[in-house]
Design a protein around this ligand. Structure first.
Ligand code: SAM
Length: 281
């Protein structure tokens, strides 16, 4: 990889999270995890030099690969060679409209896609924002397969009593699994930490709760780490501690518990109770 980059005059940019995957067996394992069928559309964030893209193009009906670094695009296109089912978009994956790109890809494909999937070895500096963008873009996807820092993957799949705002946010939309870890020496340049591949399968049906109210309450709950919910909810929602205690008890939650100990269904019950009984600004 180092010589391929040098030959093309490319110096990896740390500021863009450029750690290129050098191990083809790992690339295939990541692509396998996405369970792609020939009529599927795959979005790839940060194709880089195409380590995953070449395999995605062989399996999917269409691939839309969004790369921020214009300098990599000619090299990527060379790697893709004859593949005619890849649209390379130069842009910021946090800014693009996935819905519009999916419509354009469908016109180019000439057929309705059976499913939409997301695959990425994410640049680590945009991990949380990219996960949020994918989950909240409004497209129903069948699977999301992401390489992230191992420590982040562990936080995403955590269960009570080790939940975090990130874990609740992901698990609200889907079921995450940590599939396998990748040591630093499978990338060039090597990242400082171990990576892990995460697969998120979005829930078939959204939960019966208003997402805005849900996240308002969850954010209030996590606003002061390791404090009792009675206190964090009071501060976060602008209500008295006594009222916060009553709300929690009425929702079946002991007011002395911490946000990290609540599961998704408890947050939903709490958000729905607050929506029906409280007027919060
Ligand atoms: N997929 C390639 C691989 O596995 O070797 C590259 C992975 S590298 C970890 C991350 C890639 O994301 C780089 O190519 C980088 O330029 C690109 N990137 C960084 N920020 C981006 C953004 N906001 N939108 C799209 N691509 C981005």
């Amino acid at each position: 990889m180092s010589s391929r980059l040098k030959a093309r005059g490319i110096v990896p940019r740390k500021s863009l999270g450029q750690n290129f995957l050098t191990d083809d067996a790992t690339a295939r394992r990541i692509v396998d995890a996405a369970e792609i069928a020939p009529e599927d559309l795959v979005f790839e964030i940060g194709p880089g030099m195409g380590a995953l893209t070449v395999h995605l193009a062989k399996r999917a009906g269409w691939v839309v690969a969004i790369e921020l670094d214009r300098a990599l695009i000619p090299a990527l296109q060379r790697e893709l060679g004859e593949a005619r089912n890849v649209t390379v978009v130069h842009g910021d994956a946090l800014e693009v409209d996935f819905g519009v790109l999916a419509q354009e890809a469908e016109r180019a494909f000439g057929w309705s896609f059976a499913a939409i999937r997301f695959v990425a070895n994410l640049p680590y500096y945009i991990t949380s924002a990219a996960i949020r963008c994918i989950l909240e873009c409004g497209l129903r996807s069948a699977a999301i397969v992401l390489t992230v820092q191992a420590e982040v993957a562990e936080r995403v799949v955590a269960q009570p009593p080790d939940m975090s705002l990130l874990a609740v946010s992901v698990q609200f939309y889907g079921e995450p699994e940590l599939l396998f870890k990748i040591p630093p020496d499978r990338f060039y340049p090597q990242p400082e930490v171990e990576s892990a591949v995460l697969r998120i399968r979005p829930h078939a049906q959204p939960f019966a709760v208003d997402p805005q109210a849900f996240f308002r309450v969850v954010k209030a709950g996590f606003s002061q780490p390791r404090k009792q919910l009675r206190n964090t909810l009071a501060a976060g929602l602008g209500i008295t501690k006594a009222r916060a205690g009553e709300i929690l008890l009425a929702s079946g939650i002991e007011p002395g518990r911490r946000a990290e100990t609540l599961g998704i269904t408890e947050w939903i019950g709490l958000a729905n109770y607050i929506m029906s009984n409280e007027s919060i600004a």
